[in-house]
Ligand binder design. Structure first.
Ligand SMILES: *[C@@H]1O[C@H](CO)[C@@H](O)[C@H](O)[C@H]1NC(C)=O
Ligand SMILES: *[C@@H]1O[C@H](CO)[C@@H](O)[C@H](O)[C@H]1NC(C)=O
Ligand SMILES: *[C@@H]1O[C@H](CO)[C@@H](O)[C@H](O)[C@H]1NC(C)=O
Ligand SMILES: *[C@@H]1O[C@H](CO)[C@@H](O)[C@H](O)[C@H]1NC(C)=O
Length: 258
């Protein structure tokens, strides 16, 4: 009995010391400021906000040519009439109150992101030393259904400036309920197109499951979080909250009605 209590106590200490979250002043306002900022951003997506933010709902790109090559591939082509819809239809399913819990947790879902357009690609891709020629003329019609981001993070004092901030304990999982592929390669017949759509769909779903355990570590811990922490190093919680609130105010004042 005594040893069990001792273990529990040890565990308690370990848990507490694993996440030291000395909250800075204004932490109580972080979650509401963040929510206001995101809702305001959502509201300006159909209009954009000059000079930095283009129209994002929908994203429309009339023509884009590319020509990229390496030892292993050479792809030349273009995409036209690209239209991406649904980026502003996200819903915040839940968000924790950082001031109370010491953890900013969120659960955000995009019910449907639709991508339409057409593309032409020519070139080759080297697979195991064999150059595989690629020649495609595609009508693009795909949709991501119920794309969901569930994650959390917390703040600690910056290591370089004790008044500044840094993000710690960053976690993220991405879920995709379905992907609808109805792409059409005009150089192919019906059965080949159907086969290719089914195959790509399986491949994308598997790929996402495959990288799932690595999303947090590689993508975010290593790439995004250090960048953000660099930006936050000389920013206090009070300044961060003020920034979210004043930026949200500017976007709200734009009264985007598109
Ligand atoms: C790209 O678009 C143009 C039309 O502007 C077309 O003539 C050209 O063949 C396209 N395809 C490739 C692979 O560049
Ligand atoms: C469609 O094209 C594929 C590949 O070229 C071919 O094997 C298949 O027989 C074709 N199917 C029909 C129904 O024409
Ligand atoms: C933070 O301030 C220090 C000292 O003024 C400066 O050396 C550093 O570059 C600043 N960091 C950022 C990201 O602005
Ligand atoms: C450290 O961060 C605080 C909080 O934003 C800032 O006011 C101060 O200028 C920073 N110190 C340095 C040396 O940059």
């Amino acid at each position: 009995m005594a040893s069990q209590l001792f273990l529990v106590a040890l565990l308690g200490i370990a848990l507490v010391s694993a996440t030291p979250v000395p909250q800075q002043a204004a932490s109580a306002k972080f979650s509401s400021a963040m929510t206001q900022y995101i809702q305001a951003f959502k509201s300006i997506m159909p209009c954009g906000y000059a000079p930095d933010i283009p129209v994002l709902a929908p994203i429309v790109n009339p023509f884009y040519a590319f020509d990229c090559s390496s030892d292993d591939y050479n792809l030349k082509g273009n995409v036209s009439n690209i239209r991406i819809e649904g980026l502003n239809n996200f819903q915040i399913l839940s968000a924790s109150d950082y001031g109370t819990t010491g953890e900013a947790a969120y659960d955000v879902i995009f019910p449907k992101i639709q991508i339409l357009g057409s593309s032409e690609i020519e070139g080759f891709v080297n697979i195991a030393g064999v150059p595989l020629p690629i020649r495609q003329r595609d009508l693009i019609n795909e949709a991501f259904v119920d794309l969901r981001f569930v994650g959390s993070y917390s703040f600690a004092n910056s290591l370089t400036n004790s008044s500044g901030l840094r993000i710690v304990d960053f976690k993220l999982a991405i879920y995709l309920a379905d992907i609808q592929l109805d792409n059409w390669n005009t150089l192919w017949n019906i059965s080949t197109n159907n086969f290719w759509n089914r195959w790509s769909k399986t491949l994308i779903s598997l790929g996402l499951q495959e990288i799932q355990p690595k999303i947090t570590d590689s993508l975010y811990q290593n790439l995004l979080v250090p960048k953000i922490n660099e930006m936050l190093a000389n920013v206090s919680m009070e300044e961060l909250v003020n920034y979210f609130q004043s930026q949200a105010q500017l976007w709200e004042n734009a009264h985007c009605q598109a």
